[in-house]
Design a protein around this ligand. Structure first.
Ligand code: NAD
Length: 488
């Protein structure tokens, strides 16, 4: 007897609603279908935007910032109360190890709401005094108001973490939101809608629409003229398309886009810490983190030893089921994405790379052979102009190259269309400070990776993004600021 699959619906004006059109949500762990997902058409997207607009004139508008902070804390608590359901949803959609979903994805979602609740309580306006020509003491101050309706479009690689990174500050600032999660990871966002409802968030403040991007839900949302601001995380090419849509009506945008990040390892580093750090920055989440290092530059005296240690480390990574003991790496997000990554594995061979390890698909002899797994892969021997050195692969792969001087490595790292992050490994902190500021990126890590204080600005340079979010930068993006000048 077959069991009916769950149907993931949209959440519009406080109600779960279905669409005629649906698509299958396939788990990359073993190719099993998890659910059927509704795809919002243009009319449903318009309804979601209209609900968000109406909510701006409803009870939400009367919430003080302190009441909004309390609401964020209730949402954080709501996620915590259903923590294991969120973990299961994220794991099934993405194939990531359970321990990662627990300690990173879902934990960070809770933390996002708590952080912005706290920041909201501490945030204030600006105040200035000046003397006018008539001798009067004039003062100016600023007030923050919501933009109104914010569209939030998110990717699949850290689904709930990246979605709530934007939902939390948008709500903190009093906006209503229409969110569109990736078609490849729709489950945790659906649970989030339930949490919003159960937390008592007024209807229409949080709306969720499922679907695809081009000529589907995502495009309908960005083209809706009643959306006041668009915040997006995803590929650079998609960001560029969304920017064109946002130009109509000169709407605010914030973009967190792709990367081709470097790790730079100086010979004076703590060798074992650097190997462990670069293994992590190359292979975490199967290399599907925008901040992963795909280009590794190692100072020549330790180059051979470093490559050997990285190869041994990559070969020791355990690939497997999300709940297996000691598992380090899960699947990629989908078969489609695996085809893209395997295409780069082939391209690297065609471009003359030496494949130090990996380069293929693991064989399990069980249901996982229907999943979307690839081996952690290391290349050497490519020139800096190779396509595999310039294009984002977004899989568990890095290329390791030697370098001879500080100036040389800075030039090679900066010779890149992207500018998201660089990780630096050295014991010489004076050099670390001097070199860090020479990289054209939004974020530099010294002797660590992925560590974030959520109050700091986050974003990319060049093709990696536009604007900064994090701390007061988020509150600035999600607010319309008015200056009031008073001549008493
Ligand atoms: P993607 O651009 O394909 O899709 C992201 C979202 O945009 C999805 O919800 C998709 O449905 C939607 N979309 C696609 N085309 C659209 C259109 N024309 N109009 C409106 N919406 C559209 O990206 P992805 O494959 O889901 O995510 C991987 C990418 O995200 C990588 O490039 C990665 O580097 C980047 N990323 C960046 C950051 C960062 O902080 N800079 C963080 C995570 C991921």
């Amino acid at each position: 007897m077959s069991t009916a699959l769950p149907l993931l619906r949209h959440f519009i004006a406080g109600e779960f609603v279905a669409s005629a059109k649906t698509f299958a949500n396939i788990s990359p762990i073993d190719g099993r279908q998890l659910s059927q997902v509704c795809e919002a058409d243009a009319h449903q997207v318009d309804q979601a935007v209209a609900a968000a607009r109406a909510a701006q004139a409803g009870p939400w508008a009367a919430y003080s910032s302190s009441q909004r902070a309390d609401m964020l804390l209730r949402i954080a608590q709501g996620i915590e109360q259903r923590f294991e359901e969120f973990v299961a949803a994220e794991v099934a959609d993405t194939g990531r190890p359970v321990h990662q979903a627990r300690t990173l994805d879902i934990a960070r979602a809770v933390h996002n709401f708590r952080t912005f609740a706290e920041l909201l309580r501490q945030s204030g306006g600006e105040y200035f005094e000046m003397r006018a020509a008539d001798g009067n003491e004039v003062f100016s101050y600023t007030v923050r108001k919501p933009h109104g309706v914010v569209a939030i479009i998110s990717p699949w690689n850290l689904p709930l973490l990246l979605l709530t990174w934007k939902v939390a500050p948008a709500l903190a600032c009093g906006n209503s939101v229409v969110v569109k999660p990736s078609e490849d990871s729709p489950s945790s966002a659906t649970l989030l809608a339930e949490v919003m409802r159960d937390a008592g968030l007024p209807s229409g403040v949080f709306n969720l629409v499922h679907g695809f991007g081009p000529q589907s839900t995502g495009e309908f949302l960005t083209r809706n003229p009643d959306v006041d601001a668009i915040t997006f995380t995803g590929e650079t090419r998609t960001g560029s398309t969304i920017m064109k849509a946002a130009a109509e009506g000169v709407r605010e945008v914030s973009f967190e886009l792709g990367g081709k990040n470097a790790a730079v390892v100086f010979a004076d580093c703590d060798f074992d810490a650097a190997v462990a750090g670069v293994l992590r920055s190359s292979f975490s989440n199967s290399g599907q983190v925008c901040l992963c290092s795909e280009r590794v530059y190692v100072e020549r005296p330790i180059y051979e030893r470093f490559v050997a240690a990285m190869a041994a480390g990559a070969e020791a990574l355990k690939i497997g089921y999300p709940d297996e003991d000691g598992v380090n790496m899960g699947s990629l997000i989908s078969h489609k994405h695996r085809d893209k990554v395997l295409g780069y594995f082939q391209l690297a061979r065609d471009e003359g790379a030496t494949q130090v390890t990996g380069g293929g698909v693991p064989h399990f002899g069980d249901a996982r052979d229907n999943g979307a797994y690839v081996q952690p892969t290391i290349w050497t021997g490519l020139g800096d102009d190779a396509r595999c050195m310039r294009e984002e692969v977004f899989g568990p792969v890095c290329h390791i190259a030697p370098f001879d001087s500080e100036d040389e490595v800075v030039r090679r790292v900066n010779d890149c269309a992207y500018g998201l992050a660089t990780a630096l490994w050295t014991r010489d902190l004076k050099r670390a400070h001097q070199v860090s500021r020479r990289f054209h990126v939004g974020m530099v890590w010294v002797n660590t990776w992925f560590l974030r204080d959520l109050r700091t600005p986050f974003g990319g340079a060049r093709l990696s993004g536009l604007g900064r979010e994090g701390g007061h930068h988020s509150l600035d993006f999600y607010s319309a600021i008015t200056t009031i000048c008073v001549n008493p």
